[in-house]
Design a protein around this ligand. Sequence first.
Ligand SMILES: [Zn+2]
Length: 310
Amino acid sequence: MRTLIRTLVVAAGVALALARPQGFAPVRVVTTTEDLASLAREVGGDRVVVDALAKGYQDPHFVDAKPSFILLVSRADLLIVVGRELELGWLPPLINNSRNAKIQPGAAGYLDASQTVKILEIPTGQITRAMGDVHPSGNPHYWLDPDNGRRMAGAIRDKLSQLAPADAAFFAQRYADFDRRLGEAQKRWDATLAPYKGTKVVTYHRSWPNFMDRFGLQVIGYVEPKPGIPPSPSHTLDLIAEMKRLGVKIIVVEPYWSLKTPQSIASQTGSEVLVLAPSVGGTKEASDYIQLFEYDVKLLAASLKRATGK
Ligand SMILES: [Zn+2]
């Protein structure tokens, strides 16, 4: 028994030595969203400690900055943001008040994950805040395309390797493993949604252009008249008419909106309100980046089956 215990202790010691180099201190990562946190954990493994600020069930445009956020940001080695002005309403004061030089925009410990991804809906012409648009730099909900998730993970791998060069091979191996698992899952998701290509849907907010594009679905209207502007009676009437004309049977809603207007539209158009998770943590089942898509694809496919009879 004693020998067994000693063997186990030695084995554990060897495993620990392999897992954590001498003088090891994990990179302290703070992310604005749970999606970014999940990707950072996929790539960083036990060489990082990751905290997310916004919860996946909150509207990421409007987050109540808690005092604990400043403490987290002040201690971070790396701050990863969605960018494209998604966090404009709440993050800049946190960065300022953290007094942490490492994570200021432009510093080595600041990563804007939107830099390497495919961005949709980049506005052309003059855009002003008076229009009420919360997407002035293109659509910031880009993480809802798995190919963008892969690019974001790649950017995180590169940034972590820059901050902790001794662990670069470790991060590369973790990224490769994530890339493989994501690729396998993507084949399944594509196959599940393939029968419904071209189906028209309505969404509450413009959270889903990357997601719908990826899976070949067509968004023909929004419950919000403009991103960040609440539903208005005249816009709702127009939307109902358009949905009837095009035979739209699905209204996708993010979990943080009131269901009142969507349900009223649904009852007048014979359509279904479908609450999907726009982020990791948006629902219990969406526990990480891959599970987020597992959840949404499964629910959406069931709804599309009911709507189309396919
Ligand atoms: Zn938005």
